[in-house]
Each structure stands twice: as structure tokens, then as C-alpha cells.
Design a binder for this molecule. Sequence first.
Ligand code: 16G
Ligand code: ZN
Length: 531
Amino acid sequence: TALEKAAAIAVEKHPRLQDKTITYGTAGFRTKAEDLDHVMYRMGLLAVLASQARKATIGVMITASHNPEEDNGVKLIDTFGEMMPPVWEKYATELANTTDPGIPASLKSIIDAEKIDTSVPGNVFVAKDTRASSPSLAQAVQDGVAAIGGKSKDYGLLTTPQLHFMVCCTNTQGAYGIATEEGYYDKLTTAFKKLQTDSETKGSYSRQLYVDAANGVGAPKVKLLQGRLGDLLQLHITNDGSQGKLNHRCGADFVKVQQQGPDGLKVEPSMRCASFDGDADRIVFFYLDKQKTFHLLDGDKIATLVAGYLQELVKGSGLTLNLGLVQTAYANGSSTDFITNVMKVPVACVPTGVKHLHHRAQEFDIGVYFEANGHGTVLFSKGAREAITKQSESTSIPEEQQKLANTLANTMDVINQTVGDAISDMLLVETILARRGWDSEDWDAMYADLPNRQIKIKVKDRAVVETTDAERKTTSPAGLQEAIDKLVAGYTKGRSFVRPSGTEDVVRVYAEADTQANADELAYKVGEAVY
Ligand code: 16G
Ligand code: ZN
């Protein structure tokens, strides 16, 4: 049968040569590239089943994002560009860990559980990042797709959010955009250009942006984008992969965690800079003030900037839409305060991981979600999209309202609503800064971050740490939360939490307080309490 054939090809071409257990986590499977060949083949098989179950095209992205070059990973993308639901993560884990002869039974149980009609054509889009291991792993996925009669389309190198975009475009028959790289740049840059209404720059805004592409797939993509932006935005690209190593002392994760600029970019006080991660689904901005002190403009700052701007547009266009913001426990306490008390926008807190934020953001008419690490986007509900479009075309409202509704409509098109996207977020931030006439410092002045520190702790078993309340409190091991509460009480503006990482074998500690020294000390002491 077809399922037995899939097992035979596995044995012959993509055998499982070791029995390390691997789990489909927050960002799919992610580990050393050498351990992934059989996993990729099996994800090819699974993607076909998912495609048949959905009667839609499914995406398979090969990347390990901000991890070191030696790692790789794989993530499935559902019909409209979302993550696969938890039950499919469970299937993925089961299929990845079975023996080669166990493959048919594992596939069969998924087919039964999901009542899949295997005569439906299976269509799978595949793309990869720039890692040396990616081409052969992409081939393994395609072999898996072919092994059970599916069809795959290989997009070659794409950023993760570009593949999400392709999947969504295809499954909405073009309503979201055209499923080609051209289509992607066209949609974003056409909207961006419409939003750049002033030929002169306003206030202290400058059209120069320095982009650290983490030596990843964002580099060639942003070069293609630049060709379509003309003088509207001049991107100076460093860490473009021609010299440095992927994610090594550069990229969004390095800049965020180390709170310093990347290697390969000599930052001067007048420069506005941005760092992508290795697959360009995260972005953080940074700059040096006149005293040459480093300042990070992270996901929280982006979320605040974006929410403030959207709030103004919604109001100005005479619409009533409920706008909300979604954060995680990592959001700086000052940002949450500012958004709640000054901007008066409702804030929800969810566990780490894009799917949690995305899901919660769908409950608002306009849901802005960002992780502090720079992953985020904005979701517009169907109702909101229709209301905005209608208002932007209305002739029976004051012209000013109609104009702002039109701006809002164009803003929707700059945003990749399928997932956080460094390129799209970059264009969105630049749009807002240009319209406000702001440079980095003006933006940064919206509120002052509380000093904070993140550390990671190697433990025997990270699973002993269990959390509740969107990871803000621990329920296990016994006594840990009481110990944290006691420590936190000793610091002005102190806040700290502990959670097991979903991507590394460590426990993470976050702490913030009134001064950097206090934040460092609190993180260190809480770390000790974890042992
Ligand atoms: C993954 C998540 C990211 C999260 C990070 C946390 C997705 C697509 N990515 O990279 O959102 O911030 O994990 O890692 O969900 P941690 O669990 O190791 O702290
Ligand atoms: Zn990433």
C-alpha cells in the first residue's frame, strides 16, 4: 500500500539512525541539523495528510530562526498562514519518533483520527533559510511529500513570514495577495508608497535605516525590497551573509539579549538601526544617544508605537472598533503601564509563543501583538476590514475622516497579518515615524523602560518548573513561588518570573527593577532559588 511504500522509502533514503526523542515545540522541531533528515522526510508525509485533511495547501518552512548555524528546524504552516493546532503538533511528535517500520501505523492513526480522504490531492509549499544544511533537508521534505503521492512546490530561499504569506494567498485564491515573491513585495511596497504622502521628510525623521540582517535570509530579501523603494527609504544592509556567520554576534536575538549593537555595524549617534533574526520574522530597533549610550527599541516599543498610531486612525476616521494589545510576561512593566494607563488600550497577557499571542489577538477587532523579542504583527478581523474599506470609500462622511480611513486601509496592506514579519514590521514602523516626524529618540521617549535582566539556568530537568497565570507564577517545584515573592518584595518596582524554555534545555529567569544593578541582582538571586 501507499503507506508501506512510504516506510520502504524511509528505510532506503531517510532512515531514522538514532533514537533521540524529539518534540514539536513552540517553533516546530528544532535541533542539530544532523539529527533531522528523517524528521524532515516524515514532515513531508504529514504535510500531505494535513493538506488532504484541510483540502488546502500546507507550508513547510525549514529554519532554526535565531539558533546557531549548526542547528536547523521545521515548522508546518496551516491554511491561512497560522500555526498548526496542538493536535497536529502531537501527530508530528508521534510520527517523528516512531521507528521506520512504525511509519504506516502512525500515518494510519492520523488518517483515522482526522477522517482523511486520501484521494484528495495533497499540495505542499516548501521554503528554507540560508543554512548549509537546508537544501538537503528541503529535499528530504520533498521526498516525503512525493512518497505518498503529494505535490510540492519549492520556493527556495524565503523568509518564514514570506512562506506564511504564500500559503495564505494560495488558499484565499489571491484575495490576500499573489503567491509569488513579486506579489509579496508588490503588496507591501505599493501600500508603503501610498502612505508616504509627503515628499519632504517631517520633523526629525530621516529616510536612512541601517539593517543588520543577521547573516540570514533577510539579507537577499531586503535587497530585493530596496529596489522597489527608491528614495523613500534607504536601507544600509550589514551582516548580509557575505562575511559573518549566521546569528553569530548579530541579529535581533543577540541585540535584544546582550543589549548591544551587532558586530559588523559601526553605530553612530545619528543612526537609526534595526536587527532581523535569521529567518526574518523578528525585528528590533536600536540607536545610540548623544552620550553614545545604547538604547533598544524592542517589541514592546514597536507595539506601543503601532497601537498608538492605529488608535488615532480609528478615532479620526470615525470608526468604533475595539483595539487591544497582546503581550507576554516578558513585556517591560513600563510598557504595560503606559498602554493601560496613558493610552487606555486594553492589554492581555498570554504564555510565550506566537500561537498564543496570535490566537488572543483574534478576539479584538484590531489586535496588536508583540513579544518583547520583536516578533509580532497586527490582526484585523473580517468585520474591521470591511468597516475600514467601506469608510475609506464613503462619500457621505467628512473628507478628513475618509482620508484617515484610507490611510488605515493602506496600513492594513503594509502589514503581513499571517505572522510577525521583520520586513513588513520595518515598513510599518518607518511609515509611522515618517508621518509623525520622529527619529529614534522621539519614539523612545513615549515611555522609559524599566531596567531588566534575563538569564538562563541549566538544570537536570527543566520540566520540574511548571507555571500558571501566563507564565507569571510557578506552581512547581513547591516553595519556589514563595521564594520569588519574598525576593521581589525587597526591590522597588521589582518583578520576576521563571519558566522552562520551549526551545532550549534551560530554565529562563526574567527580572526587572528600578535600577540595572537591582534588576541584575534580583535575576541572580531568583536564579539561585531555582537550583
Ligand atoms: C520560539 C517562538 C517565539 C518565542 C521563543 C521563546 C514561535 C514561532 N517562536 O522561538 O515566539 O519567543 O520560542 O523561546 O512561536 P524559549 O521558550 O526558549 O524562551
Ligand atoms: Zn525567527
